[in-house]
Ligand binder design. Structure first.
Ligand SMILES: Nc1nc2c(ncn2[C@@H]2O[C@H](COP(=O)(O)O[C@H]3[C@@H](O)[C@H](n4cnc5c(=O)[nH]c(N)nc54)O[C@@H]3COP(=O)(O)O)[C@@H](O)[C@H]2O)c(=O)[nH]1
Length: 698
């Protein structure tokens, strides 16, 4: 017998709300379950099955309570518990299914079927639990519809869960809509199932006194609903904690990433872009230039004599200098140029797009000019200069690599041409390494074939204007390479160790020449020979010198060695030992390029030195730069106080000579009197000088 049932609308609404709330919680749980690690997954699974099963079960019994009966309904305890167990097992199964990483159709179908069956089992066991109002049968159509709704709703719920908990968690509004759809399914199934019930008698007119009373049932339902609410709240709190933790982690990860990225692109000393950064910039510059049909320039800047500053003043000072140089370079460039430090004392500048050859020249000149004024490094004042090589895009290369290599090659050419210069790359210029290899080969050959030459530059007495001695300077004109600048030849010789045999050749040649001049009547001149630190390291250096003096017949008093402060400081103890032996032979020792090496004077004063040579870079500025003038004044005073002679190098003008004279510098050397000349020319010059002297005396 079918009866028309009526329901309390508030309780029906409540049952729907509980269903929706349960669905929302279940969707949330499914997402967490999938993301959870092994142990946490079991906790979420148990908690989820309890909450979800309990929720569905509560919704079902609220629906029962919503049914308006004339009597007092009681529920069978074991069937009620069984129905609850069925709901929870079905939920556990559903959650297990959604744990799987991929939602195959088979998995969804089996899951939907099993869960639907579980929900039906829960529902119809619940119906059976109604004591004295147990249905006697079910309308097959409505029953089938309720089963189909249960399976359909379960499959939809599983599918939604997969869909909404993919790689990215869906927003709350989307999950809420899904939960509402699921709630419609669950409540739809429930009320269809209730409508399917057939009773023999008018239901609910009788009273039962056994089983669970509706009051207890309401309390149980309220308890379970509160439990779900609690779990949902706990999840929300956990969620916000997780979100803030994740946000914090994400932020610090982002910061760490940024830091790593900037470190990878930054030179740690100067905090300027590094080689990688400039290469990236070059790559994008190439693309831009092609798009706009323009060009740009790459400038390779290398400091001159940085090594000697670093060696003599120490790495701290060297580092300070590099930072200051970096700042000056940056302030010499425009905003759209990038300045990077790409090696020890090497900087690379990539100009903004549209830079012409003329603009690159102006920039290179500005850069060279920016390094002209001295640098203050703690208590030291330091001077440096730079050589700049320039390559242009597109003329000199079509890749970042080529442009850098060509700018580098041009920079080495600028160094060969005497430093403190700019040089554009020219096609056919050999790469630095190629040229070095060729130079080394040719230099060895020149030594073997005895084709090296010496030039001599007079060292002139400031008061009398007469030549007191000469400095022997290496000259090399190669048949293939042409005239090779002495600085380049010496640098190769130093690097390859050839400086030892070449130095010995220079010494023998200079001593022989002096003897020839003496025997030809030029009188007692002295000859200064430059020494390299490498020569000092030769075990038998002193005995070789003694042997050459014996061989050539030159008196030791006519020989003088010049050594830079930097060379001495490479191994001061060894230098001191050798200097003492040379001094005891009667050979004089001079400190070359004085003022550029910045050695400590307490070290230097231990050495048997007779003379300080003021570096030509200071002499050049004595009449134009008050700092240079102050430095030369201080150096000469220092030499006087240590009872040493002073030779001012690089005197090119009368004004410079006057300055040296006023300070009582004893000797000078420079183009003013004579450039370095071949031996024959020097012979003639001194002969003329002597003749003029005797004529004057007469
Ligand atoms: N170990 C050895 N070093 C050597 C030897 N021969 C030369 N050298 C060193 O090479 C450097 C370059 O020498 P060079 O190009 O010969 O330059 C010398 C002079 O030409 C130059 N000079 C002299 N007067 C002036 C001047 O008025 N203006 C000006 N611009 N330059 C001038 O100075 C150089 C001499 O310097 P120094 O030796 O410091 O007195 C140079 O460092 C040589 O030392 C060698 O055989 N062995």
């Amino acid at each position: 017998m079918q009866f028309l049932l009526s329901f309390d609308p508030w309780l029906v609404a409540l049952s729907f709300i509980v269903a929706a709330f349960t669905s929302l919680t279940a969707l949330d749980l499914a997402g967490r379950l999938r993301a959870a690690e092994k142990a946490a997954r079991y906790v979420w699974l148990c908690g989820g099955a309890l909450a979800m099963g309990g929720g569905i079960w509560s919704m079902h019994f609220i629906g029962m309570l919503a049914m308006k009966t004339g009597g007092h309904m009681q529920y069978d305890l074991s069937l009620t518990l069984l129905s609850m167990l069925a709901a929870m097992l079905a939920s556990a199964l559903a959650l297990l299914i959604v744990c799987a990483p991929t939602p195959t159709t088979g998995r969804l179908s089996v899951g939907g079927l099993t869960m639907g069956a579980g929900v039906c089992l829960m529902h119809y066991l619940g119906m059976e639990a109604m004591l004295s109002h147990t249905p006697t049968g079910y309308d097959p159509t409505l029953f089938s519809v309720s089963v189909l709704i249960a399976i359909g709703a379960s499959t939809a719920a599983l599918w939604l869960s997969f869909y909404l908990n993919g790689s990215v968690r869906s927003p709350l509004w989307l999950r809420s809509i899904a939960a509402l759809v699921m709630a419609v399914g669950i409540t739809g199934m429930h009320y269809t199932g209730m409508a399917a019930a057939i009773y023999d008698t008018t239901p609910f007119m009788t009273h039962s006194t056994t089983g669970i009373a509706p009051d207890y049932m309401a309390i149980t339902i309220a308890g379970i609903a509160s439990g779900i609410l609690l779990i949902a709240m706990l999840m929300a709190v956990y969620d916000s904690h997780l979100v803030s933790k994740t946000t914090r982690l994400a932020n610090s990860l982002q910061e760490a990433n940024q830091e790593l990225r900037s470190l990878a692109l930054m030179d740690p000393l100067t905090r300027m872009p590094n080689r990688l950064a400039v290469e990236q910039r070059l790559e994008s510059g190439l693309v831009q230039a092609d798009d706009r049909n323009t060009g740009f320039a790459v400038l390779f800047v290398d400091l001159d004599r940085f090594k000697s500053i670093n060696d003599s003043l120490g790495h701290h000072a060297g580092d300070q200098l590099l930072k200051l140089v970096g700042k000056r370079l940056q302030s010499s460039t425009r905003n759209d140029d990038i300045v990077a430090r790409v090696g020890g004392d090497e900087f690379l500048i990539v100009t903004g797009n549209g830079t012409s050859r003329e603009e690159s020249t102006t920039l290179a000149r500005r850069i060279i000019g920016s390094l002209e004024s001295p640098f203050q490094l703690d208590q030291h004042i330091v001077r440096t200069s730079c050589s700049v090589g320039i390559s242009l895009y597109p003329e000199h290369g079509d890749s970042a690599h080529l442009l850098i290599v060509h700018a580098d090659t041009a920079m080495y050419r600028a160094k060969d041409l005497g430093r403190n210069k700019l040089q554009f790359y020219e096609h056919g210029m050999r790469s630095m390494q190629d040229r070095r290899n060729q130079l080394e080969q040719r230099l060895r050959l020149a030594l073997e074939e005895n084709s090296l030459k010496l030039a001599y530059q007079p060292k002139v007495d400031v008061d009398s204007g007469r030549t007191r001695g000469v400095e022997a300077l290496l000259r090399w004109t190669d048949t293939e390479l042409g005239e090779v600048p002495p600085e380049e030849a010496i640098a190769i010789a130093e690097d390859t160790g050839l400086i030892v045999p070449i130095g010995e050749w220079v010494l023998r040649e200079a001593c022989s020449q002096l003897e020839r001049w003496r025997t030809s009547g030029l009188g007692e001149l002295t000859v200064a020979v430059n020494l390299s630190a490498r020569q000092l390291n030769e075990k038998d250096f002193v005995s070789r010198v003694r042997h050459i003096l014996e061989e050539t017949g030159l008196a030791p008093e006519q020989l003088e060695f010049e050594l830079t402060e930097t060379a001495i400081m490479q191994d001061p103890d060894n230098a001191l030992r050798i200097f003492r032996q040379l001094d005891s032979l009667g050979i004089a020792l001079s400190i070359d390029d004085f003022g550029t090496g910045y050695s400590n004077l307490s070290q230097l004063k231990r050495f048997p030195i007779r003379c300080l040579k003021v570096d030509r870079s200071f002499t050049a500025g004595v009449t134009s730069d008050h700092q240079d003038a102050a430095i030369v004044r201080a150096l000469i005073m220092l030499a006087h106080s240590l009872d040493l002679e002073v030779v001012a190098e690089g005197v090119e003008t009368d004004a410079q000579l006057d300055f040296i004279r006023r300070l009582k510098g004893q000797q000078y050397q420079g183009y003013l009197y004579s450039r370095p000349l071949p031996a024959a020319d020097i012979g003639r010059l001194i002969t003329a000088e002597r003749g003029a002297g005797s004529a004057g005396a007469m």
